[in-house]
Design a protein around this ligand. Structure first.
Ligand SMILES: [Zn+2]
Ligand SMILES: [Zn+2]
Length: 255
């Protein structure tokens, strides 16, 4: 079975960019980390941005697209996203910007099946992705205000799930964010709490997934330890593997 390699280069409100190899295809999800850092982290593991075969955007928020022009300049592949994320990347060569519909499944490259699915977030159209190739499956869902059966049905069957574990509800409520911002984050169009993430991880574990990357952890309303411990406690006794994506990371994970 071919291996899955993941480098979480950046995750969270300061910037998002995940490098994924599945079925030997190097891919990038989101372009919210500066080009030089992306280049250096990939180089550390003997990878090169110019080899990336496709780039996917979850949505058009700044923390997911801010480095798009520079990253596009140093890569040659197509960039796939929903129509609503087109504006932030409008300066990139239009032949490389491919609009996909959310809830669409397509064979992007020979043998690589990519599905997008709708995720409720901030009144901007946002999607998660599943990548399937050579019998392996990886899913990503971040910037997700509320988990749903529809999202879970997309995630089921994944070998690896990258899932948002944004905030500890008590920390958020007692934290420095203004009331309206707190309300937005807690709403079903905000971000996924540690508790909701933990419930989803448990559910997916029961459905057979063993490997989880906790992502988009808030540096203000959460800590990496609390995020990890909340999911760990909820899944006590489960034989699963949890990795917490830092705001900046350079680990190469192999599954
Ligand atoms: Zn985000
Ligand atoms: Zn967002």
């Amino acid at each position: 079975m071919s291996s899955i390699n993941i480098i979480p280069i950046g995750s969270g409100s300061t910037g998002n960019c995940i490098y994924l190899e599945i079925g030997a295809y190097p891919l990038l999800i989101d372009m919210g980390i500066g080009y030089r850092r992306v280049r250096d982290v990939l180089q550390k593991h003997g990878r090169d941005l110019s080899d990336v075969k496709a780039i996917f955007l979850t949505h058009g928020h700044y923390d997911h697209v801010k480095a798009a022009p520079a990253i596009a300049n140093h890569s040659a592949c197509n960039i796939y996203c929903d129509e609503s994320a087109m504006y932030p990347i409008r300066k990139i060569d239009e032949n490389r910007r491919i609009v996909h519909k959310i809830n669409e499944t397509a064979e992007i490259l020979p043998g690589l099946i990519v599905s997008s699915f709708s995720v409720p977030h901030d009144y901007v159209r946002t999607c998660g992705y599943t990548f399937t190739c050579q019998g392996r499956k990886v899913s990503l869902v971040t910037d997700c205000g509320q988990m749903s059966e529809d999202i879970i049905s997309n995630l089921i069957g994944s070998d690896v799930v990258i899932i948002e574990c944004n905030h500890d509800v008590e920390m958020l409520k007692k934290g420095p964010y203004p009331y309206l911002l707190q309300k937005r984050i807690l709403s079903k169009f905000g971000h996924l709490s540690n508790d909701d993430c933990a419930d989803t991880v448990l559910r997916l574990y029961q459905e057979g997934t063993k490997h989880f990357l906790l992502a988009h952890v808030s540096l203000i309303n959460n800590t990496f330890e609390i995020a990890y411990q909340t999911v760990k406690d909820r899944t006590e006794g489960c034989d699963l593997d949890l990795y917490v994506c830092k705001d900046e990371g350079d680990d190469l994970l192999t599954y």
